[in-house]
Ligand binder design. Structure first.
Ligand code: UD1
Ligand code: UDP
Length: 386
């Protein structure tokens, strides 16, 4: 049998774990791969629940998370610790995901170690350096040091081509075998693989204590650029929506970041029909999305998942790197202006035509087979290298 493809898969936060887990399972199924799973644990509890759901036991756990951590410590910790692991394990390829500090710092570290890099969820852009911060620059940097770009959509491919990515990096081994080869592949987003793995599970949500006579609005918000005033505006909008509509309740699984929790709890704790709960594990969260009437969110992953479930999503941001969901009609950008949030929610509650126009169940992000495609591409890339 040919030499196995030693593939190091690195992730650290909840969304990366959700989106890399199906790929880890796919690689582990295949005989031609030797898979090394490395978690930075940029998140701890929110990462561990995903590892448990998908039965993944990491080979290396950097255990980096600190309460209210900063980007400098995180970045240097990842660089330092992955260096040692790369030297010890000598992978043929390192796979990183998306736009987190884990993704960028791990990609940079692999580049320094002269290891080929595959970027999963490559090519997303707002073209605004500060929105989202620091994710836009994290993904630009991860893309620019990567060799194989697994782009979820046609739009992300265009973004990569417009950045000159097809010229590739200076990695000699890749240049020899891929002289004129495409380095950008349309794979779909692995989030749909994860969603389909999870969403059919029969999950008991009684622990949340939803009132069956009320419509549920699901809220999540955690982006750094929304810290402070924008997050206060979001909370004020929720208070007004609750006051104006006696037939709804709001469920907010509050992110563990203290910059989020301090504001949210001081504004919304103890208010009738607002449930502030801890972040939900992925399977109950999917079940709750499915049951919700409307979703308000600044999350990237939720914008990709909701079109599969046919739930209208209002995005609490001014810009998105996921225009496909907006184009398909399921997602609208409302930003963080209180009046805009209140009036758009009210329109959804009052107008069934408007509501139904957003209730699509067509997903532009994938068909649930992205992980298989990525594994196939790595396999043929590796054959060409031998
Ligand atoms: C990170 C990512 C962001 C992603 C988000 C997903 C960066 C710079 N940011 O932001 O792109 O959208 O994750 O949720 O990579 N915490 C815990 N337990 C956990 C997770 C977080 O206590 O399991 C708390 C800790 O105090 C931690 C803080 O949240 O220091 C912030 O975590 P961090 O990963 O730095 O930032 P996020 O806002 O989660
Ligand atoms: N999610 C979850 N529990 C929650 C909130 C979100 O499992 O309480 C999932 C959600 O379904 C999506 C992912 O977490 O797959 C998104 O993560 P997050 O919003 O933290 O990050 P982003 O996608 O914005 O980077």
């Amino acid at each position: 049998m040919d030499k196995k493809i030693k593939t190091a898969v690195i992730f650290g936060t909840r969304p990366e774990a959700i989106k890399m887990a199906p790929l880890v399972l796919e690689l582990k199924k295949r005989e031609d791969f030797e898979t090394i799973t490395i978690v930075t644990a940029q998140h701890r509890q929110m990462l561990d629940q995903v590892l448990e759901l998908f039965n993944i036991i990491p080979d290396f756990d950097l255990n980096l998370m600190k309460p209210n951590q900063n980007l400098w410590n995180l970045t240097s910790g990842i660089l330092q610790q992955t260096k040692e692991i790369f030297e010890k394990t000598k992978p043929d390829i390192v796979l990183v995901h998306g736009d987190t500090t884990t993704a960028f710092a791990s990609a940079l570290s692999a580049f320094y170690a002269r290891i080929p890099i595959g970027h999963v969820e490559a090519g997303l852009r707002t073209f605004n350096k500060d929105y989202p911060f620091p994710e836009e620059i994290n993904r630009v940097l991860a893309d620019s040091v990567s060799d194989l770009h697994f782009a979820p959509t046609e739009g992300s491919i265009q973004n990569l081509l417009n950045s000159g990515i097809k010229e590739g990096t200076s990695n000699r081994a890749l240049d020899n075998s891929y002289e004129n080869g495409r380095r950008i592949y349309k794979t779909g987003n692995t989030v749909i693989d994860a969603l389909l793995y999870t969403v059919e599970k029969n999950i008991d949500l009684s622990f949340i204590g939803l009132n069956p006579n009320l419509k549920t609005i699901l809220l999540t918000s955690h982006r750094r650029e929304n810290f402070g005033k924008p997050l206060e505006n979001i909370c004020d909008a929720i208070l007004e929506i609750i006051q104006n509509n006696k037939d709804i309740e709001v469920v907010y699984p509050v992110h563990l970041n203290p910059n989020v929790r301090n504001v949210v709890f001081s504004k919304l704790q103890g208010i009738d029909r607002i449930k502030l709960i801890d972040p939900l594990d992925y399977a109950p969260f999917c079940a709750l999305m499915k049951k919700s009437h409307i979703i308000l969110t600044d999350s990237g992953g939720v914008q990709e998942e909701a079109p599969s479930l046919g739930i209208p999503v209002l995005v609490l941001r001014d810009e998105t790197e996921r225009p496909e969901a907006v184009d398909c009609g399921c997602v609208k950008l409302v930003g963080t202006d209180k009046e805009k949030i209140v009036s758009t929610v009210q329109k959804l509650l009052n107008s069934s035509d408007f509501y139904n126009s957003m209730k699509m169940a067509v997903n532009p992000y994938g068909d649930g087979h992205a992980s298989e495609r990525i594994a196939n591409i790595i396999s043929s890339w590796h054959k060409n290298m031998l």
